[in-house]
Design a protein around this ligand. Structure first.
Ligand SMILES: Cc1cc2nc3c(=O)[nH]c(=O)nc-3n(C[C@H](O)[C@H](O)[C@H](O)COP(=O)(O)OP(=O)(O)OC[C@H]3O[C@@H](n4cnc5c(N)ncnc54)[C@H](O)[C@@H]3O)c2cc1C
Length: 387
């Protein structure tokens, strides 16, 4: 891959990756597309673009190019490409700070969830829309009193003729007010001695009767997540994902996708990229340390990606990627703070990206499972492997 000059808004980390010829061609294609879109003013690079950059029209363009549902079977609208090819596209979109939030959750985890556990009817109903960048999904796991201790959720589904009647409240549901479907984790039978039993996943259209979605504004003034109140919402039997009562096991496997991708270490990459183009990198050891860590995370994340595909992923390694990766995302902000204090006049662009990254940072170690919880998972796994 040719070195990319910093002025093209490409930093040194991605430019140092060594791809084989076909991956290099794909990487170049994505860069060309992104450069054209940026030059046309379709978007400007932002930090935390996979949460903050919600642009359905941009997602549709990615769908048209075959960059959504990349690994899925063609019969469901996918493109049967390798997971490594998907990884390359993901990394380039994040590096460019492109607006990818609209499709992110559906492409990353709902598609694989349905391919693994969904019925044929569900796959036909949802996958091609997701791959086209036209059907967006929100994840309803957390509740007002249940986050880390997810098994304590109180939203429930009661069996009725032909389906389920759902009641409860979900919160921090990213883009629920801009999505079509909610994948909700609910209790379908009372918690017994095994708290993880009796949970199920349901696909619920967000315009169904009985649903109220209330956006929640954050410090930036943006409202990227919402509270979702479910009041006697009828969900047909055909919309249960997998086996009734197996929700915990399904959610656990879904979380491997959620915790291990490059978005867990690249949320502040656009800031780093802008920083590199303004400071003398040779004079700054901190920049080298960031690149080293990012490189290690790239390899680890790629490795998890392969093990997920092979069905051999353990819960600890994705947790490791997210714990180390989100810490690096925060560290980049501190490196930028220090480097910018030595710059006489940081550019407006650099200052904007620094502001955005700083405002987004508190969420990095919380969303997708807090770092304390992830370390517990890692420690337990280490203990088991030594037993
Ligand atoms: C930006 C953002 C987007 C999100 N999007 C979604 C979404 O789309 N869908 C969704 O379902 N959820 C979403 N969430 C919610 C997220 O998953 C929860 O915030 C997270 O799981 C933590 O739960 P909580 O907020 O209830 O905190 P709590 O579980 O109450 O934790 C509070 C603090 O206590 C610590 N703590 C709790 N238990 C332990 C323990 N056993 N040991 C050590 N420390 C502990 C935690 O680490 C944390 O620091 C999102 C959150 C954020 C910030």
């Amino acid at each position: 891959v040719p070195a990319i000059p910093p002025s093209s808004n490409k930093g040194i980390f991605v430019a140092t990756i060594v791809d084989d010829a076909s991956l290099a061609t794909l990487r170049a294609e994505v860069r060309d597309f992104l450069r054209t879109e940026r030059d046309a003013g379709t978007y400007r690079p932002i930090c935390d673009c996979w949460l903050e950059g919600h642009d359905p029209a941009f997602s549709r363009k990615l769908g048209e190019r075959g960059w959504l549902g990349m690994t899925w079977p063609r019969e469901y609208g996918g493109h049967e490409r390798s997971s490594l090819e998907r990884f390359v596209v993901t990394e380039e979109l994040l590096a460019a700070g492109a607006p990818v939030a609209a499709h992110w959750v559906a492409d990353r985890q709902t598609g694989p969830l349905l391919l693994r556990y969904g019925t044929e009817e569900q796959r036909r109903q949802y996958l091609s829309g997701i791959a086209a960048g036209e059907l967006f999904v929100a994840i309803g796991m957390s509740e007002p009193d249940s986050g880390s201790d997810l098994a304590s959720i109180r939203s429930s589904a009661q069996k009725v003729e032909g389906g389920w009647l759902v009641n409860g409240t979900k919160v921090w549901t990213s883009h629920a007010h801009r999505s079509d479907v909610l994948v909700a984790l609910v209790r379908t039978s009372k918690a017994g001695s095994d708290r993880h039993a009796g949970l199920s996943q349901l696909l619920i259209p967000l315009d169904a009767d009985g649903i109220t979605v209330s956006p929640i504004e954050v410090m930036t003034g943006e409202a990227h997540f919402a509270e979702v109140a479910l009041n006697d919402v009828f969900v047909a039997d055909a919309q249960v994902v997998g086996a009734v009562g197996d929700g915990w096991q399904q959610v656990t496997s879904e979380l491997a996708y959620e915790r291990s991708g490059p978005e867990r270490f690249m949320s502040t990459y656009p800031l780093f990229d802008a920083l590199v183009s303004e400071v003398d990198e040779a004079a700054d050891d901190d920049l080298g340390a960031v690149i080293g860590q990012m490189w290690a995370l790239h390899l680890l994340s790629e490795d998890v990606n392969r093990s997920i595909e092979a069905g051999t992923a353990d819960p600890a390694t994705p947790a490791l990627v997210k714990d180390a990766g989100t810490r690096l995302e925060g560290e980049i902000i501190e490196v930028a703070r220090s480097a910018m204090s030595h710059l006489g006049d940081p550019s407006t662009e650099l200052r904007r990206l620094f502001r955005e990254a700083s405002l987004a940072a508190p969420a990095f170690t919380l969303r997708g499972g807090t770092n304390e919880i992830l370390r517990t998972i890692i420690a337990k796994s280490w203990g088991t492997s030594r037993a």
